[in-house]
Design a protein around this ligand. Structure first.
Ligand code: SF4
Length: 310
């Protein structure tokens, strides 16, 4: 399975190989001056200065839309206890590997050398690649380690570990909310963490004064694009700064589980985001503030939260 992931562009780093980095399409485009990812448009992240990494290729869910092979790396299936690398060594290994990965672009005809020079000094870590980062026992320290190097961090979690959410302080905390109710959650995630997820929503609300917060809903046609009122109720519980409503993308191993039509169009995503915003409007005043058609994602925020982007 490691070999399969390596062929897909995942590069394992560290001594115990539970972590990985991967350069994304947008980093390559950014180096060539061909555009930036939606996180650039929404949050000002430069794709060429972003390290996409995970400290844990393991996960405790088996989401139907996951890009990775679900047969591999489920934490409960591990026979041997995992030996975890220290955060300092992990950050060092990620920075080194990223530098090696982008080195091939140096001198290429389309590469802007000014942009390449910037890319050699990453300023952001997206702790979100595959797997569940809160399973890494030193996530708090890992985030601090990136920050101590002047970098910002995004942590994306499935919400199964509220205790970890309580203690970490990334620059932006993302929580994946892929169901409006418990039955749909089980159908999408094949896991039993609904009560933990709800607890994590409460934790997110408490964190708002100390970190920027976002909830991402990955829309899968035929699975979870229903009950906007159910989503609205859960979103109000967390009261995040931002809500991303995004299409499931028909890539990687998810193609073995879902048909192409499960990937909604941008207009369908926008329509669903509008329905959620309407349900939220009465109390929370969220509205659509941005969108990226190519990534099929719509950003909601309240006017007050919008100021946090400035
Ligand atoms: S939580 Fe993320 S990594 Fe885990 S199975 Fe779901 S999509 Fe995949």
């Amino acid at each position: 399975m490691r070999e399969i992931l390596e062929r897909q562009g995942y590069h394992f780093v560290g001594t115990h190989k539970h972590s990985a980095v991967k350069t994304c399409l947008w980093l390559r485009k950014s180096l060539r001056g061909e555009g930036n990812c939606y996180k650039g448009k929404f949050y000002g992240i430069n794709a060429h200065r972003c390290i996409q990494m995970t400290p844990s290729i393991f996960c405790n869910q088996r989401c139907v839309h996951c890009w990775r092979p679900l047969e591999a790396f489920n934490i409960a299936a591990e026979e041997e206890p995992v030996v975890w690398d220290a955060p300092e060594a992990l950050v060092e290994a990620c920075l080194k590997e990223q530098k090696r990965l982008i080195s091939g672009f140096k001198g290429a005809e389309k590469t802007s050398m000014d942009v390449f020079t910037e890319a050699e000094v990453p300023e952001h870590a997206a702790i979100s690649l595959i797997g569940e980062p809160t399973l890494y026992p030193y996530l708090k320290e890992l985030v601090q380690e990136f920050h101590s190097r002047g970098m910002t961090t995004f942590v994306v979690t499935n919400g199964s570990n509220p205790d970890v959410i309580r203690e970490i302080r990334p620059y932006q905390l993302y929580l994946s909310l892929n169901a409006p109710d418990e039955a749909t959650y089980k159908k999408v995630s094949h896991a039993q963490y609904w009560s933990c997820l709800k607890e994590s929503l409460d934790e997110m609300r408490r964190l708002k004064s100390s970190t920027r917060t976002a909830i991402r809903i990955t829309c899968i046609e035929g699975f979870n694009m229903k009950s906007p009122e159910g989503y609205a109720e859960l979103l109000e519980q967390a009261n995040p700064d931002f809500i991303e409503v995004k299409a499931y993308m028909h890539i990687g191993y998810s193609r073995k589980r879902l048909i192409r039509d499960a990937m909604p169009t941008h207009s369908r995503v926008k329509e669903f985001a509008t329905e959620i915003a309407e349900r939220l409007a009465a109390t929370s005043h969220y509205e659509i503030i941005d969108e990226s058609e190519i990534s099929r994602v719509v950003l909601l925020a309240s006017p007050k939260n919008r100021l946090k982007l400035l």
